[in-house]
Design a protein around this ligand. Sequence first.
Ligand code: SF4
Length: 347
Amino acid sequence: MMEYLLGKNLQELREAARECGLKPFVGDQLAGWLYGKRVTSWDAMGNISKAAKAALSEKFALGTAAPVGRAESTDGTVKYLFPVDCINAAGAEERSYVEAVMIPEDDRRTLCVSSQAGCKMGCRFCMTGRQGWHGNLSAADVLNQFISIDRPDLLTNTVFMGMGEPLDNYPTVSKVLEILTAPWGFGWSPKRITVSTIGILPTLKTYLEEQRCHLAVSLHNPFPEERAAFMPVQKAWDEEDIVGLIRRYDFSGQRRVSFEYTMFAGWNDDKRHADALIRLLRGLECRVNLIRFHKIPDFPYECSSQKAMEAFRDRLNHNGITCTIRASRGEDILAACGMLAGKHAEQ
Ligand code: SF4
């Protein structure tokens, strides 16, 4: 397989140009086209000579790939399906499919991106978890989700909340964050980027030390033994230790932390859970997002009622923890993460 230019930082693009006998500034031009203008073809790179493109394309591919599926919701949400070739657990190259979802909201267009093909974490309520892990995405695979959608120039924000656990593929995520935030890259402020994790403690510490982007932590239940029943990660890294680590960092400025809490009727949505969550998060500058659960096959729980969600939200707010119910988007296009990719893989 040819090496990709997409996913290289500025220094690496300059080096790629040098390897092809070209001046290093061609690397700057490549960064301008790939990350600044977000083009997907050599033809679109107007100021690079034909000879330079020929030399580059002998050794490198751009690394862009068009989506193989696209579904648009009545609310404007668009889900894309991208092919990726990853190295799986057996060390073999495997073709998989990952999803990216563009969510329009007021003057924002947020892209929810995938970081892995499948996932190792095995959360019982998650379609991606059920597929198992089929490999880590490369920086090119992740950035392709940003540039091969319709009107990539209109994107304003991103969340790493698609398929996979971003902190289980931190080298890729870190590289993508570098390219998204660098002036020679996308030039985005870290305030426009949120990385979501279920809490891989050692890598979370690295993330908090190295990055300035927002953090979202998937909690879903404040009681360790109940959480462990649905989320095996709890057995390795306890949620109290995760919150304890987060407390050591400053979230009063630009960087924010939020806790994702998917609501399941009869599992995590009563007063007992609200009170335990309040105790767990008391004094921490944070927000709790309540998320509607999208029913998946062969899983016994349903989403909590609107009434239960509102009562839970109000209890948190009355106790000083900012809590909102996240608007559900794209329900008519199989919104639950991993559903579309799973269907495609089955086909
Ligand atoms: Fe992986 Fe996230 Fe699904 Fe858990 S919820 S299995 S971490 S993709």
